[in-house]
Ligand binder design. Structure first.
Ligand SMILES: O=P(O)(O)OC[C@H]1O[C@H](OP(=O)(O)OP(=O)(O)O)[C@H](O)[C@@H]1O
Ligand SMILES: NC(=O)CC[C@H](N)C(=O)O
Ligand SMILES: [Mg+2]
Length: 511
């Protein structure tokens, strides 16, 4: 999952974008970038790593202007090590367009071929986001009259993007000399929220993947960008919005509520924190059914994400809640790290047991999800080493058995712990006495109970139903062989960066 951010302000926005990206850091740790618009010029800086490592004072000083977009990256196409795939992307025609994308396209190869053959555009990286930018730029160019671009032309270009592009995309883009464009795919898979701020009687606009970025920047949440909708804010601050003319469906990704989003965010009108607490209650009910003897002395969360669910689960079962694992706050999220070796090592560096809380007790460990099983395998062993008698493991999400192709990097069935295994086999694999998973209907109901208008969700990693309707076995086999764990990294020859059309790589390396 990546984080995207866009602002049209009344004063310089560089610091606002930097601070906002730090609030979205949990969505992507591999690269970060900002582009600001100053008159008809763009100023860009991007690089590998966390926000705090990418931007130095001199980079910040060069990010001039009252409007800008930003991105934190967790790659789902291309690789983490390829700096040329860091976002935002830039293309110089028409006018100059920059774009930041959260999501993953599912017809990238066809689009790339069409771009080359029919639209005479060259795509230089393996990033689907570079393809998306070029489709948008091409469709925009078709609608320029004379030298002028109308707001309707922007809306029509986005409509054409919806017709050509498949998959998940929440986007912020800027057109030099005109304004900022924000749009969301017609299924609303990835989140995008709009905020406003009054600045001396004029309205400033902010677009962000999550509301936490607005809250902490002093912006008020206005509403979400609707599925398929396009919003255009001119650099003068005029706001225009156009619903999609094509078919839409509101099916946000359920995994945002389970793991990705920060708990203090509200996505599509549903508080993530509240949803996670309800997940804890419904999981408690399931535990009552499958472990009627309830021989549990203590409930423990696996920090961080499972905390709200675990606490509510313990309350619901009337069991003591203890923090049995302490998290090293300086280690990032392990699931979104690139490569299994680094993820495995990081779990041990990140979590350490408080031994006295385990000694001679039956413990119920609660996590938000079990994906590759990297965390659960290590954690169960740590609990046993610390003297636990029985170790039960509960997951607030159902078993993850299918690849995600919409922006979460779990491309192969083979690397998912639950694929082809029963719950007993999974328990044996991670060394637990039993594993208890949330049911999918209960998970959907948990989010629905927080916002009654949300009924439909993108649930493919749990049930293999892909809502874009274009995912075949052949497609899954192809991404599996292209992106099996670590393959994205191995493809890169060390030091062999493709021409970076967007950034002075040499300057980045000198810092
Ligand atoms: O089965 P796995 O492949 O290990 O993936 C699932 C684990 O990864 C995530 O934690 P992460 O460390 O990324 O972040 P967190 O601190 O927000 O929980 C998630 O919360 C689970 O703990
Ligand atoms: N997780 C995401 O949203 C990834 C965005 C884009 N597909 C990339 O790989 O850079
Ligand atoms: Mg976790």
């Amino acid at each position: 999952m990546c984080g995207i951010l866009g602002v049209v302000g009344q004063t310089p926005v560089n610091q606002l974008l930097y601070d906002g990206l730090q609030l979205l850091q949990h969505r992507g740790q591999d690269a970060a970038g900002i582009v600001t618009a100053n008159g008809k010029s763009f100023h860009m800086h991007k690089g590998s790593g966390m926000v705090r490592d990418v931007f130095r004072t001199r980079n910040m000083r060069s990010l001039l202007g009252n409007a800008g977009i930003g991105h934190v990256r967790y790659p789902t196409a291309g690789s983490a090590s390829n700096l040329a795939e860091a976002q935002p992307f830039y293309v110089n025609s028409p006018f100059g367009v920059v774009l930041a994308h959260n999501g993953n396209l599912t017809n990238t190869d066809e689009l790339k071929a069409d771009m080359y053959r029919y639209d005479l555009r060259h795509i230089n990286t393996n990033s689907d986001s570079e393809v998306l930018l070029n489709v948008f730029a091409h469709e925009l160019a078709q609608r320029v009259e004379g030298y002028e671009l109308s707001v309707d032309a922007v809306f029509e270009a986005v409509e054409a993007v919806h017709r050509r592009v498949r998959g998940a995309y929440a986007v912020v883009a800027m057109i030099a000399g005109y304004g900022l464009v924000a749009f969301r795919d017609p299924n609303g898979i990835r989140p995008l929220v709009i905020g406003t701020n009054d600045s001396n009687g004029k309205t400033e606009y902010m677009f962000a993947s999550e509301s936490v970025a607005l809250d902490c920047s002093g912006f008020k949440v206005l509403r979400d960008v609707e599925p398929g909708e396009c919003v255009f804010v001119s650099f003068d601050g005029d706001f225009h919005a156009q619903p999609s003319k094509g078919p839409t469906r509101h099916a946000p990704c359920l995994f945002e509520f389970v793991y990705f989003a920060r708990p203090d965010s509200v996505i599509d009108g549903a508080s993530v924190y509240q949803a996670r607490t309800v997940m804890g209650e419904t999981l408690a009910e399931k535990i009552r059914r499958v472990l009627p003897q309830l021989d549990i002395d203590v409930v423990m969360p696996i920090p961080d994400t499972s905390r709200p669910s675990a606490l509510q689960l313990a309350n619901h079962l009337g069991l003591p809640y203890r923090e049995g694992f302490i998290k090293n706050r300086y280690i990032g999220r392990t699931f979104i790290m690139p490569g299994q070796a680094v993820r495995k090592k990081s779990v041990r560096q990140k979590l350490n047991p408080v031994a006295c809380e385990f000694k001679d007790r039956n413990v119920l460990l609660v996590d938000d999800s079990i994906v590759r099983g990297t965390t659960s395998k290590e954690i169960v062993q740590m609990a046993r080493d610390a003297g636990a008698k029985k170790v039960y493991f509960a997951s607030a999400a159902p078993a993850v058995r299918f690849p995600n192709v919409y922006g979460i990097d779990m491309p192969t069935r083979a690397e998912l712990l639950a694929t082809g295994r029963t719950e007993e086999e999974i328990a044996a694999e991670i060394g637990a006495d039993a594993v208890i998973y949330q049911d999918l209907d209960a998970l959907k109901e948990a989010v629905h109970s927080v916002n009654r208008e949300l009924r439909d969700f993108e649930t493919s990693c749990f049930n293999g139903e892909y809502i874009t309707g274009d995912i075949t076995e052949a497609y899954l086999d192809a991404i599996e062989s292209a992106r099996g764990d670590g393959k994205g990294q191995k493809e890169e020859v060390e030091g062999a960066q493709p021409v970076d059309l967007n950034l002075n790589v040499a300057e980045q390396n000198l810092i």
